[in-house]
Design a protein around this ligand. Structure first.
Ligand SMILES: Cc1ncc(COP(=O)(O)O)c(C=O)c1O
Length: 435
């Protein structure tokens, strides 16, 4: 039926499109990007992007060659077969699944069958696949440690899966609140399927779970019959004292591991993965891996992850003995230097407000949290960009409800010593004006 309000050509009504499109939370990324674009000269502590100091097109060519050579030598493919493997449509689960499994074994002591790895278009696709599979009816919900990465909340919104927050607290996950939220959800007739958590130098807070909390979390997950969705996007940069990942400690196949090569190899490649070694039983008749089912979803979403992009990542893994720790020595040094500059700079620049502001001290990663006595919202970010020339992220963007209004996420992955120094000076001026 034509709409009477119609004034021009064909149009669509927002209220007749998927509900996520009218959800303000979905626009959060766009807002933050748009502020950055409008104020290009502002110093940014906002973007969570890896350093570009070592980006090199020659590496892309080299890694591609290394991977093709590997196909011929190690997998005994002919030149024609190798060419087809990287240039033709490919296996849905990916062509570097074995290399990803090796990397997990080498760097993290995770031993999983190669078949349990699905190589995805970034970690973002991995989240979508898992949530799509877990959300079978409207009672299914996912729990997420709050504040949480916006990509998880967005993916859940796209599959109509409500996200219930679990307090992070000072340990990175409040296990009493986890039990409370599970019980509350079940009383309301809901079915909590999984808890999403970033155990190492989390985005946005920079907090890491200590070892005892990791063990306890696995015990609670078993007792409450929950899966854990472990996102380890920054684990390689966790600092000197890296702790065992949840998947390393998982003896019960409770943990679905979500990974990204965006920070550790190349963001432009858009390659991530999911390890889903859980068994799926079909009324006791057949047994398959959750990874097989994620692959079925993927076959109808992105068909396969670009084999060329996978080859570049695969070549990088081969070059560095399957170790992302080794591959990222130079990058880790930059992030470590920047973190210590941030800590020293905050001490100095914010000394006059020491009784009113505080910040945490992550062991590594890209982010830290600054707590302030005033509202650090989108309006203040705009003012900060326009009047003070410094960008940061209001922590409220990472909360599903209210929360984080007095907190700021500061990213230090991309700064130079000079920009960090100048940026913190500008931030101190803003804080001085607001305190
Ligand atoms: C915690 C976390 N997970 C996943 C991602 C996204 O990974 P990818 O770029 O591989 O989709 C990010 C990116 O910022 C992140 O911070």
């Amino acid at each position: 039926m034509p709409d009477p309000d119609r004034s021009g050509g064909h149009f669509l009504r927002l209220d007749q499109l998927h509900g996520s499109l009218a959800d303000p939370a979905m626009a959060s990324m766009n807002f933050l990007n748009e502020v950055a674009i409008r104020f290009p000269d502002a110093i940014s502590f906002a973007a969570g992007r890896p350093t570009e100091d070592f980006f090199d097109i020659a590496d892309v060519h080299r890694n591609l060659d290394v991977f093709v050579d590997h196909l011929c030598r190690e997998r005994s493919l002919t030149v024609e077969e190798a060419r087809r493997t990287v240039l033709q449509y490919g296996r849905t689960k990916g062509i570097i699944h074995d290399l990803v499994a090796r990397q997990l074994a080498v760097d993290e002591g995770i031993h999983v069958p190669h078949e349990s790895v699905v190589v995805t278009v970034g970690c973002q696709e991995a989240m979508f696949l898992v949530l799509r599979a877990l959300r079978s009816d409207p009672q299914d919900i996912v729990l997420a440690v709050s504040p949480t990465y916006v990509g998880l909340a967005g993916a859940a919104r796209l599959v109509d899966m409500p996200v219930r927050p679990v307090q992070g607290g000072h340990r990175g996950v409040d296990l009493d609140d986890l039990r409370t939220q599970v019980a509350r959800a079940r009383r309301a007739g809901l079915r909590p399927r999984a808890l999403y958590v970033i155990p190492d130098v989390a985005n946005p807070t920079g907090i890491s779970l200590d070892v005892d909390t990791r063990h306890e979390l696995l015990r609670v997950a078993a007792a409450e019959d929950l899966l854990i969705l472990e996102d380890n996007a920054y684990g390689v940069f966790a600092g000197e004292q890296r702790l065992p990942s949840l998947k390393t400690l998982d003896s019960d196949r409770r943990v679905v591991r979500l990974g990204s090569f965006a920070k550790t190899v190349l963001p432009g490649a858009r390659v991530g993965y999911v390890v889903a070694d859980q068994e799926v039983r079909d009324h006791g008749v057949g047994v398959s891996l959750l990874a097989d089912h994620l692959s079925t979803i993927k076959s109808m979403l992105t068909v396969n992850t670009s084999p060329l992009a996978q080859a570049v990542v695969g070549g990088a893994l081969l070059t560095h003995g399957h170790s992302l720790l080794t591959a990222n020595r130079r990058e880790s040094d930059v992030y470590r230097r920047n973190l210590s500059l941030m800590r020293a700079g905050l001490e100095r620049h914010l000394a006059p407000f020491a009784d009113r502001v505080s910040w945490n001290t992550p062991s590594g990663g890209f982010f830290l949290t600054l707590t302030v006595p005033f509202k650090a919202d989108d309006a203040l970010l705009e003012r900060s960009a326009e009047e003070y020339g410094v960008l940061w992220t209001p922590m409220s963007h990472f909360y599903t409800g209210d929360g984080g209004i007095h907190q700021i996420r500061l990213s230090f992955s991309q700064g130079t010593p000079e920009s960090i120094e100048t940026g913190l000076g500008r931030l101190a001026s803003l804080i001085g004006a607001c305190c």
